[in-house]
Design a binder for this molecule. Sequence first.
Ligand SMILES: NC(=O)c1ccc[n+]([C@@H]2O[C@H](COP(=O)([O-])OP(=O)(O)OC[C@H]3O[C@@H](n4cnc5c(N)ncnc54)[C@H](OP(=O)(O)O)[C@@H]3O)[C@@H](O)[C@H]2O)c1
Length: 394
Amino acid sequence: MKRLTLLGATGSVGASTLDVVARHPDRYRVFALTAHRSAEALIALAARHRPRYAVLSGLAEDATLRRRCAEAAPGTELLFGAEALETVATATDCDAVLGAIVGAAGLAPTIAAVRAGKQVLLANKEVLVMAGPFVMRAAAQSGATLLPIDSEHNAVFQCLPGGRNPGTAALRRIVLTASGGPFRTEPLERLEQVTPAQACAHPNWAMGRKISVDSATMMNKGLEVIEAHWLFDAPPEAIEVLVHPQSIVHSLVEYADGSMLAQLSHPDMRVPIAHALGYPERIVSGARALDLAAVGGLTFERPDLRRFPCLALAYAALREGGTAPAVLNAANETAVEAFLAGRLRFTAIARAIAHALDAVPATPADTLAAVLEADARARRAAADWVARAGAAAA
Ligand SMILES: NC(=O)c1ccc[n+]([C@@H]2O[C@H](COP(=O)([O-])OP(=O)(O)OC[C@H]3O[C@@H](n4cnc5c(N)ncnc54)[C@H](OP(=O)(O)O)[C@@H]3O)[C@@H](O)[C@H]2O)c1
């Protein structure tokens, strides 16, 4: 019986995870579920899955909520505040931690779980983008296993022997696929006017709002290039992106002999989640079988960097190294939040990030404090730029 802490239980990945877990009551027990402020949704999940702990990381102690949780889910203790995330991620009674918090907020509890030597199933890509060297070093020191949940990295993991890069003599390149998002064919001059609702209407995947906007700008793929660099120890020039609008081939690896291996499935997050939960065994995910004859054609094209400047910014930040990826990530979170709140145009997201990368020079990312400092400076630089852009548009 594997005892699981699910960080970010009320989100899209959280829902898919609980769907898979509920199919295997003989294999998994939910040890802890966390949300930020969605109290009612978390208590409803606690009533259904009966974890030992439920955590509301964005709320202070609240006796009424505590009572409601005790009534709905007897045996579940409700904890409050961000520190409680680390408590449930490192508890000795927990075997595996699935990180599905969105954004930089997932960094501290994920690093805590890695340091505690847990099996860490990682959806929260921002963690590796910000602090890849720390996370990988901490995993090597503690013996923690890292299993990627992001569908592309999970696909690459499945195509590599033991999930590891066999070395440059054997592995020629990793090809990450991208759907191209909702604006793949939108006339370029119309991109300036697109709304948050349009940006969040992904053609193939149902996801949270932040990652949906990241898919529309293709920053999502840029973050994934950086994530792949750390997970699979591959240089930037060995990581390629191809647009594949059907979202059936989730990624590929090419070997020195010219063989390419790919992983295919319907675009359903339960597939990579079930793979990581069951690893090294295979378990039922609930996803429908793939009928390739019904799919018909699979197509691939190179990304247009005029349409997707965020992808180029991510490669540049990865090549620059040090704290540049943390700056990229923080500026992106700030700009996307402003776009979702109606304070920034879609096409200005990339400009805000480029400004932050110029304004906050990269420094060596040799301590976590340096990364967090770069993150804070980038948020301020991007927020200032957004405020000036808003004033100029008014
Ligand atoms: N969705 C996908 O299909 C998918 C695929 C691959 C990778 N990912 C990655 O997985 C992560 C989660 O994505 P998602 O789409 O599931 O996000 P989501 O639907 O927005 O859910 C985010 C979760 O994180 C919690 N949260 C938000 N802000 C927080 C904070 N400051 N501190 C602690 N918890 C916080 C939310 O709690 P509340 O409900 O209380 O706000 C919620 O449980 C992201 O890093 C994303 O890039 C997602």
